[in-house]
Design a binder for this molecule. Sequence first.
Ligand code: ADP
Length: 277
Amino acid sequence: SAPDPAIEEIKARMSLVKHKILVLSGKGGVGKSTVASQVAMALSGGGNVTGLLDIDVCGPSAPRMLGVEDMDVHQSGSGWQPVWVDENLCVMSIGFMLPSRDDAVVWRGVRKIGLIKQFLKDVNWEKLDYLVIDAPPGTSDEHITIAQCLNQTSNVGAVIVTTPQEVALLDVRKEINFCRKAGVKILGVIENMAGFVCPHCGNSSEIFVPSEADSVQGPSAVLRGAEAMAKKHGIPFLGRIPLDPKLGIASERGEALKNSLALQSLQSAVQNLRINC
Ligand code: ADP
């Protein structure tokens, strides 16, 4: 087939971005966008120039989660200007282009694919250490497009977000297969909503019971949930983030998480992610 001229432009633009991290989930509602935005904030807070690209055309949440919902993107000679949250963090999302928050985008596959390519080639990302890409849940046209485009560039990897439950892990196995078929390196799995520490009594409870499906004896305890699944499939386990009301509030308010248990977990997962990049 004829070469796609967009690919050359994508390659040129993406050659300025050191690491491209695709954030995936099998299901919606597991906290993928929350984790993607907090990971982007953690990376940028650590001094890395970071971009967050939201390609969830039907449910864009990055502008809200980074607290820049009311901003507009502008076009310039060098392309669309992403919205800069601070000097180290910028974001691009279809959410900026919708007339109002409640407007739905009902687009066919071709149009979504066109927009994703534009996000990669026409946005003036400049030099980034990390580009974190928040993908829609599942494995659809959007995922195939982004994988095909990014595979033409270097340093691409995926992070899979899941909850500990078997219903979520079932779909994670599909994500793993997708990554393997698409040739995208899996940087690791993050287990979100893993336990809840009561702010009153300090005791920890399991709200979502971890799957026993891939249970295996670990160095000190029996591994369950996403950690066991990761071990079985030979992919890195980056860490677990507990259910924490502070994290829900931070993502509602578009703020970075501050001193909380979930922050410590998030930072350790980001540390592991950086090592695997
Ligand atoms: P997804 O992108 O997978 O659909 P979201 O990131 O939109 O999921 O998260 C769904 C909801 O759960 C949001 O309201 C978010 O604030 C909340 N949430 C996600 N992770 C946590 C957590 N660890 N603790 C508390 N609330 C969370």
